[in-house]
Design a protein around this ligand. Structure first.
Ligand code: ADP
Length: 397
């Protein structure tokens, strides 16, 4: 009985999903949060509804991985470490080096670390996760799956910024996007659900979670996406501003007496979006609740969120010169029927028409447009771990 583990290591957390092979069945999942802080929280879900949870100090990712593996054995989820034959790591930035998933040898690991320049908060943490697993399980297949890979072949027309060309040539300053595994997965599932070849379809995928991005998928390829050089660009998100005019930075820094530009960027990443607008919360459920209770700022935050999604859909219909399907996924996209309804109702001119009854579900894969609609609208729960699993299987061969 062998197993494959999918790992998503953040700066202070480590998430995992464990798959039983060859069934490819998820048998356990969990998260270690607050790594490096006091009172780290370690949770494992397994069996039928069973849960292990403990709060203790976990100082670093290496200790986190050791604790995870030991606990998997103690709970009887694996009999020993050797049962795990492959590990897939989610990596945020792959730059122009990684256009697809890759086996992690020393050279690949060095490249991933060097790409920390593009994702200073994420790639170093991802690399720490890789190291920790390499130390404990040096012999197993280790695969890197990049958030940016799906977007790496975008046409230059869409990945270049209108800034001096040397900045791209000399410093790789361009749009990289993110959420690639999710956009790829849901666009493939959409083609399957529609019973049409992916190559023939123009799809707009809306990954609306805490982080949110939209991608234009033409013939199965990402040709444009809303996130930019980093995930800060594009839509209004939980705490990220999305697109703004760069000239606001020096203006606000002056007003706020901020001298370090990183502090200003941090405000755009962590204190803006739904949180900054509503003043209530970064969590869509809270903002919806407050708006319903009559809070005007929360309602405005929602209206801005819907508006930005609609604008990007409009852009991508123009970019692809048409659209066959629009897909909603991730926390908000999968669970907020109201968000889907309002966004689609506002773009009915394009031939979109949502079926209220079909739309009134949560997280269930299905077509939610009316039979007569020209553009199909779909709800497809994303499964980024499944993409990681598939790539580990493929590259193990
Ligand atoms: P992350 O980017 O952290 O993976 P998720 O994809 O889990 O985020 O999405 C989190 C978002 O989904 C939060 O804003 C949360 O409020 C929202 N969400 C989850 N369930 C619902 C729901 N029933 N209605 C509205 N929003 C929801």
């Amino acid at each position: 009985m062998s197993k494959i583990i999918a790992i998503n290591a953040g700066s202070s957390s480590l998430k995992f999903t464990l798959y039983q092979m060859p069934e490819e069945e998820a048998v356990s999942s969990g998260i270690i949060e607050r790594i490096g802080l006091k009172d780290s929280i370690f949770t494992i879900k397994y069996g039928e509804g069973k849960k292990y949870s403990v709060t203790e100090d976990i100082d670093n990712h290496e200790i986190a991985v050791e604790k995870l593996m030991t606990q998997l054995v103690e709970l009887g989820i694996i009999t020993d470490f050797n049962e795990i034959t492959g590990v897939g790591h989610r990596i945020v930035a792959g730059g122009e080096d990684f256009k697809e998933s890759a086996l992690i040898d020393d050279e690949a690991l060095a490249k991933i670390e060097a790409l920390g320049e593009l994702a200073p908060l994420h790639n170093p943490a991802n690399a720490t996760g890789i190291r920790a697993f390499k130390k404990l399980l040096p012999e197993i297949t280790s695969v890197a799956v990049f958030d940016t890979a799906f977007h790496a072949d975008m046409p230059a027309v869409n990945y270049l910024y209108s800034i001096p060309m040397e900045y791209y040539e000399d410093f790789a300053a361009r749009k990289y996007g993110a959420h690639g595994t999710s956009h790829q997965y849901v666009s493939e599932r959409a083609a399957e659900l529609l019973g049409k070849p992916l190559e023939d379809l123009k799809i707009i995928t809306c990954h609306l979670g805490n982080g949110a991005s939209i991608t234009a998928v033409d013939g199965g390829k990402s040709i444009d996406t809303s996130m930019g050089f980093t995930p800060l660009a594009g839509l209004t998100m939980g705490t990220r501003s999305g697109d703004i005019d760069a000239s606001l930075l020096p203006y606000l820094m002056n007003k706020l007496e901020i001298t370090d530009i990183n502090e200003m960027v941090n405000i755009l990443n962590k204190k803006s979006g739904l949180l900054g607008l509503s003043g209530v919360s970064s969590d869509m459920r809270d903002v919806e609740t407050e708006a319903e209770a009559g809070d005007e700022r929360s309602q405005l935050a929602l209206d801005i969120f819907y508006n930005r999604v609609q604008k990007y859909i409009g852009q991508y219909i123009a970019t692809m010169n048409g659209v066959d399907a629009i897909v909603f996924t991730a926390g908000i996209g999968e669970n907020s029927a109201m968000t889907r309804q309002i966004i689609i109702d506002g773009i009915s001119w394009f031939g979109c028409d949502i079926d209220e009854e079909r739309n009134n579900v949560r997280g269930e894969e299905r077509i939610i447009s009316t039979d007569a609609a020209k553009v199909q609208v779909l709800l497809i729960p994303t499964d980024e771990e499944k993409v990681i699993l598939n790539d580990v299987i493929r590259l193990s061969k």
